[in-house]
Ligand binder design. Structure first.
Ligand code: SF4
Length: 485
């Protein structure tokens, strides 16, 4: 059975010779770096839960290529049921980690390239799809961690890729050879790339015929020559290094350990290229990826919000406010918003439909609605967490104050609420709420899988406004109304 253990995943990262910079310094081993380890722990959880018999149904699937049981994170969606199980898997993992576990980007990139390459071959007579199936076979057999690399820096936002003063603002082919291509540029906000085995590079936007050099989709080993990771920072990330009760989510990160990935003239051999110059097909590839990924947020953020709601409810017990009707009503409001986005994601999946290659796509209107609601509900759920946790969240003391013999007793005395709970518990829960409702988490909910306006453009396209006008005309009637006899 092709299921890696968590330890095997971590050890396999050790054998990669990744060129990575964390906090501005070159690191020899990302596995042992304390700022990267929390994100590796979250991915390791995806490997761990796949080995638990009680989670086999959601965490694994049967490969349509080999008939073998594989990790669901390497599976091509074969039915609406597969799409539903993916959302269930994300909620489960969100509950287990309280953070982003990163592998969904690679999964959706696998599916997007699988589906798009089939249609490109059909239209252009190329042979990308079969090539990709061979690549996929290895990914499934070795249960590899993939990162999708889509977001280009984009430079001057009013200019197209081909109009930029600096042509590297979008990843492009700078040299074509008989045995492959050389690519240059960078991808931003790259989730999990620094602890992945492979990067799936995709175009980030629709392209014109004259922009063929930017139309490149390919697989690049994370430790390929010329690949450089520059790790980003997260809210309060270094507090984990201090120990004590100020650590937020102690074992896992805040979001996905995002990095800038630079491709400094990286050679990609032909067998790893799945789109090369067919710019007319880039919009479809981008759209496939984004639609699947937007539905995901109802699952992963649902699991994350379960943990946040739990932490907030615990805080009300620490404060002694948990029986107050207004407090309960606000907790219900948090649950209501969370279940709304989760059920929309399940609905998007249940309404999935078959693509020409036979794999399944979520309903686009529902998927974009999920993500649009996430851009609001994650903020609103966080606002209610702040409301219920109180001003303490902004002014709470730290471990060192509690440990200081001169002032520790004052801190304890004047921060004790319900005496059943130690002040240390109050701070520990408060720090978790602080972490999961602060900038990194909120901005990721806003812009991950595309900024809000990107969803609204799709929603308008899907809304069939003319049909709705026709419905209104039919119901209202175009003629003067005669009263019923
Ligand atoms: Fe997966 Fe959610 Fe992280 Fe995206 S934000 S990679 S869907 S856990």
């Amino acid at each position: 059975m092709a299921l890696k253990t968590p330890d095997a995943y971590v050890e396999s990262l050790r054998s990669l010779r990744i060129r990575a910079y964390v906090a501005g310094e070159r690191v020899d081993s990302v596995v042992d770096h304390p700022l990267v380890a929390p994100h590796i722990n979250a991915v390791a959880k995806t490997y761990e839960l796949a080995h638990r018999p009680e989670h086999q149904d959601v965490m694994t699937a049967v490969s349509h290529l080999t008939g073998e049981r594989i990790h669901r994170y390497t599976h091509i969606f074969q039915s609406s049921d597969d799409l539903v199980k993916k959302i269930q898997m994300l909620r489960l993992l969100g509950q287990a980690t309280g953070t982003c576990f990163q592998r969904c980007v690679g999964l959706d990139a696998l599916n997007a390239i699988y589906a798009a390459s089939y249609e490109i071959d059909d239209a252009e007579g190329t042979e990308y799809h079969q090539r990709f199936r061979s690549y996929l076979d290895r990914i499934q057999r070795e249960d590899l961690m993939l990162a999708g690399a889509m977001t280009d820096p984009k430079g001057h936002r009013a200019k197209r890729p081909s109009e930029q003063d600096d042509p590297d603002q979008f990843v492009r082919v700078v040299e074509r050879r008989p045995d492959g291509v050389v690519i240059r540029g960078a991808k931003l906000h790259n989730t999990g790339g620094i602890n992945s085995h492979e990067l799936l590079v995709m175009p980030g936007t629709a392209l014109l015929p004259e922009e063929a050099d930017y139309a490149i989709a390919c697989a690049v080993p994370a430790d390929a020559e010329g690949v450089i990771f520059i790790f980003g920072r997260q809210t309060n990330d270094s507090r984990k290094l201090e120990g004590g009760c100020d650590i937020g989510n102690p074992r896992y990160g805040v979001v996905g350990g995002e990095a800038m990935v630079v491709f400094e003239d990286v050679f990609v051999p032909n067998e790893r290229i799945f789109l090369n110059g067919e710019s007319a097909h880039c919009a479809k590839l981008v759209n496939y990826f984004a639609t699947w990924h937007r539905a995901n947020y109802g699952g992963c953020k649902g699991g994350n919000a379960d943990v946040l709601i739990g932490a907030t409810a615990k805080m009300t017990r620490i404060l002694g406010t948990e029986r107050n009707q207004v407090v309960r009503d606000k907790l219900v409001e948090m649950v209501h918003m969370n279940e709304t986005t989760y059920s929309s994601a399940i609905g998007a999946s249940a309404m999935g439909y078959a693509l020409p290659c036979g794999s399944f796509m979520v309903d686009p209107m529902a998927a974009n609605t999920v993500k649009q609601n996430i851009t609001r509900n994650v903020y609103e759920i966080g606002r209610l967490a702040h409301d219920l946790a109180g001003g303490f969240l902004a002014t709470m003391p730290d471990s060192k104050a509690l440990e200081n013999p001169e002032i520790g007793d004052y801190v304890r005395k004047y921060h004790t609420a319900n005496p059943e709970y130690d002040v240390m518990d109050r701070v520990r829960v408060g720090r978790y709420i602080e972490n999961m409702t602060s900038t990194t988490t909120l901005v990721e909910a806003m812009h991950g899988a595309g900024s809000p306006q990107a969803q609204r453009i799709v929603m308008y396209g899907q809304a069939a406004i003319d049909e709705k006008i026709a419905m209104a005309d039919e119901v209202i009637g175009a003629e003067a109304h005669e009263p019923p006899a």
